[in-house]
Design a protein around this ligand. Structure first.
Ligand SMILES: Cc1ncc(COP(=O)(O)O)c(C=O)c1O
Length: 412
């Protein structure tokens, strides 16, 4: 049974009624299921259990420290893209030797901090970055572990804004350049080449491009080995999608089978960087209805959550299922579910059928565990919503609601 389900006409998270959380914590509010997160972690690891794998959770998907703790305790490492994500992960108890540092624009101070932390690898995306890491490591008498992120020019067939494996994007190195940089590493005693990798995009529901990327990376790694480069791992990034609406993402087993078929013959350790897959369907955004508004064209349901709490519909045109918390309510109405922000783009869903709502009714947006709270902002001077972690019939507030004072606390 899904962690979010109906029981006696009420929506529950695990064994706790969402209405209880709304009453005690208020809305808008993110609610996560601990059981669902742990189940995802173990199903990912068990799908790969026949081969040496390190799963580095992409902290950007949801970086709440309490959630990170659960994920790291399950055996995961971290895929980070900033010093902030590294420090969060360290506070949550990650083993620094399980951290990979991705991103096209690492700052010198961030690289230095990661060198001091002693991470597993820097995923290098340009010649300039390679030289910068080499200099910073040499200045400190250190040897930096680097992995070359290749851009395999494979279309992940997902939203263009989260497609990262095409030459038209800013990510990764063409194979020829990566090969040249591997040679360059040999000349730089402050660098050690430990891996190669790629990340072709996010919310990928077709296993074929993932399998193709695995094959290309494996062939590339073998080619480097033939040139005398000793590698430790292949990193295939994240990107496996989840079901928001009618998508049919690959099962963990079929994903594992597809990539292991390519990687196994190399004998190299496999790294993966799942984010959305771990937390996406383990969270919801709980909102209250403020009012309904009928115009000659539309019927609007105006709720207290907004695009600053969940920007995915605005940013990617993405779909989130919207449910009433009181599930046994009467006749259905068609609504555009919108927030109070002064942008037409501030919407959660259009022409959605919901029970006729009155002010104070509760609704929730499904599949809001990933890229929701972590992408939240204070736009329109809206305090960010709290986060709640449910465990059975209990819950804990794992991030308090921001106060109005928090909004201007840093302003001088
Ligand atoms: C380098 C890298 N790894 C992993 C991820 C996680 O992707 P996902 O949440 O789709 O698994 C991302 C997301 O953008 C990324 O850029």
């Amino acid at each position: 049974m899904s962690a979010f389900h109906d029981r006696n006409g009420q929506a529950y998270c695990e064994d706790l009624a969402l209405s209880t959380i709304a009453k005690e914590v208020g809305t808008p509010c993110y609610v996560y299921s601990k059981r669902s997160i742990l189940n995802q972690c173990s199903s990912i690891l068990s799908a790969f259990s026949t081969y040496p794998v390190l799963a580095c959770y992409a902290v950007k998907a949801n970086g709440n420290i309490s959630i990170l703790k659960e994920i790291f305790r399950s055996g995961f490492g971290a895929d980070i893209v900033s010093q902030g994500e590294m420090e969060r992960s360290m506070r949550a108890g990650v083993d620094p030797k399980k951290i990979v540092y991705s991103g096209v624009g690492k700052r010198a101070d961030e690289i230095t901090a990661a060198l001091r932390t002693g991470i597993l690898a820097f995923n290098v995306e340009s010649a300039a970055e390679l030289e910068m890491i080499a200099t910073l490591a040499a200045d400190r008498g250190m040897v930096a572990p680097v992995s070359l992120r290749v851009n395999p020019n494979i279309d992940a067939r997902t939203n263009p804004k989260i497609t990262t494996g095409l030459f038209s994007t800013k990510f990764g190195l063409a194979e020829a350049e990566a090969k040249a940089l591997a040679e360059r590493v040999r000349q730089l005693p402050s660098l050690r080449l430990v891996g190669v990798g790629c990340h072709i995009g996010s919310q990928i529901v077709d296993v074929a491009p993932l399998a193709e990327a695995a094959m290309r990376m494996s062939q590339f790694a073998v080619g480097l080995r033939e040139l005398g480069h000793e590698l430790e791992f292949i990193d295939l990034g994240g990107g496996v999608g989840i079901r928001y609406k009618e998508e049919a993402p690959p099962s963990m087993e079929s994903y594992a089978a597809a990539v292991l078929g390519a990687v196994k013959p190399t004998g190299l350790k496999l790294l993966i960087e799942p984010g959305r897959l771990v937390v996406g369907n383990a969270g919801i955004l709980l909102c209250s209805v403020l009012l309904t508004k009928r115009t000659p064209e539309k019927n609007f349901l105006i709720v207290d959550g907004a695009m600053n709490d969940l920007i995915r519909p605005t940013m990617y045109d993405s779909y989130h299922a919207i449910h009433a918390v009181k599930t046994a309510a009467g006749p259905l109405e068609k609504y555009d579910v919108v927030g109070p922000i002064c942008e037409t783009g501030d919407y959660f869903g259009k022409d959605r059928e919901l029970p006729a709502c009155v002010p104070g009714d509760l609704i929730y947006l499904a599949s809001s565990g990933a890229y929701a709270a972590s992408m939240a902002s204070n736009y329109n001077s809206r305090p960010r919503a709290p986060e709640v972690l449910v465990d059975g019939s209990e819950y804990r507030v794992i991030r308090r609601r921001e106060s109005l004072q928090d909004l201007w606390e840093l302003e001088l």
